[in-house]
Design a protein around this ligand. Structure first.
Ligand code: UDP
Ligand code: MG
Length: 316
């Protein structure tokens, strides 16, 4: 009987200082497991020497495969491409900056062998990330949990194992505004988590700016819930009731009480409030329309420049 194959998918965006150490620690762990393995690096348009380093690794170790995008497409797309191209019976996705310690992999594999189709790594603690990021992340996962119908686990990033069965289902989900961790929960099957401590980034700066993180969070919410749209209609409903009552009061004040002159403050408050609510609702609708527009263009998710280790016209 052949050994199981394990694929490790690693998105890389300017991680030249991290790749060699990651490769060493990862190989060490993988060699200790009773599986064959491949390490799939996805170079998401790096401008440093990441690709050259990956190429060297591929030359000396044929379990290293790689995909190079034609430009930066983003972390979630890079993961998707790695998963699309992985050949393993199970696929593990992890970051290149050693925040996801390779030493956790055997625990993921154990759960898979025990029959789970998705094994995600739960951040018990986060090291070296600032208060603001931790705070926002905490809040985001709580909000997401409240407003989505599917059970997306909290404090879980993209460090996870997916079985072949799940990978095949994931490939059918072609959406552009991707929130991969949500998609893998959406798929279902037997899922479980293992706890780990998320280390500080080994070298370099985080590639996710505050705005990029916010975009990802919005993608998570908008792709899995229409609660914000419903919020817009609830707000509209409540504001209408108040407006109606206030209109009645205005009419009584004018005709029955004959005291309709004072009112600058109330007018300005009402105008500003309604304007704010309208802009907010328009913005919410805009988020959904923008994404709908993005989806209907049906562009491919990514463009590949080069591949290593996939035989097809191997370019260096
Ligand atoms: N990454 C990527 N494309 C991007 C941004 C990030 O492939 O546009 C990779 C990055 O190299 C790393 C992982 O995604 O392996 C997570 O990025 P980062 O560490 O910046 O995110 P954080 O850990 O701060 O959430
Ligand atoms: Mg990181």
């Amino acid at each position: 009987m052949r050994n199981n194959i394990l694929s490790i998918v690693i998105p890389v965006y300017n991680e030249e200082d991290n790749i060699p150490v990651l490769y060493e620690r990862l190989s060490e762990v993988l060699k200790g497991l009773e599986v064959d393995y491949e390490i799939v690096f996805v170079d998401d348009g790096s401008s440093d020497s990441s690709w050259e380093i990956i190429r060297e690794l591929h030359k000396k170790d044929n379990s290293v495969r790689a995909i190079k995008f034609s430009r930066n497409f983003g972390h979630q797309i890079a993961i998707t491409s790695g998963i699309d191209n992985a050949i393993g019976d199970a696929v593990i996705t992890m970051d290149a900056d050693l925040q996801d310690p390779p030493e956790v992999i055997p625990k993921l594999v154990d759960k898979w062998k025990a029959g789970y189709e998705v094994v995600y790594a739960v951040r018990e603690r986060r090291e070296g990330e600032n208060f603001l990021k931790r705070g926002f992340a905490w809040l985001f996962y709580r909000v997401l949990k409240k407003i989505t119908k599917i059970d997306i686990p909290s404090d879980v990033g993209d460090f996870r194992l997916l079985s072949r069965k799940v990978v095949e289902e994931l490939k059918k989900l072609k959406e552009h505004y991707r929130f991969v961790r949500g998609l893998s929960s959406w798929i279902g099957f037997k899922q479980t988590g293992v706890q780990f401590v998320r280390d500080a980034r080994f070298k370099g700066k985080p590639k996710y700016s505050f705005w990029k993180s916010l975009r990802l969070a919005l993608n998570g919410i908008v792709s899995f819930s229409i609660a914000p749209l419903q919020l817009a209609s609830y707000m509209g409903f409540i504001v209408s009731i108040f407006s109606f009552l206030y209109a009645i009061w205005a009419i009584i004040a004018r005709f029955a009480l004959n005291r309709a002159i004072p009112g600058w403050t109330s007018i300005i408050v009402v105008v500003l409030f309604l304007g704010g609510v309208q802009l907010l609702t328009l913005g919410i609708i805009g988020e959904y329309i923008g994404r709908t527009y993005g989806e209907i263009k049906r562009r491919p998710l990514y463009v590949i420049d080069k591949k290593l280790g996939y035989d097809i016209k191997e370019e260096m």
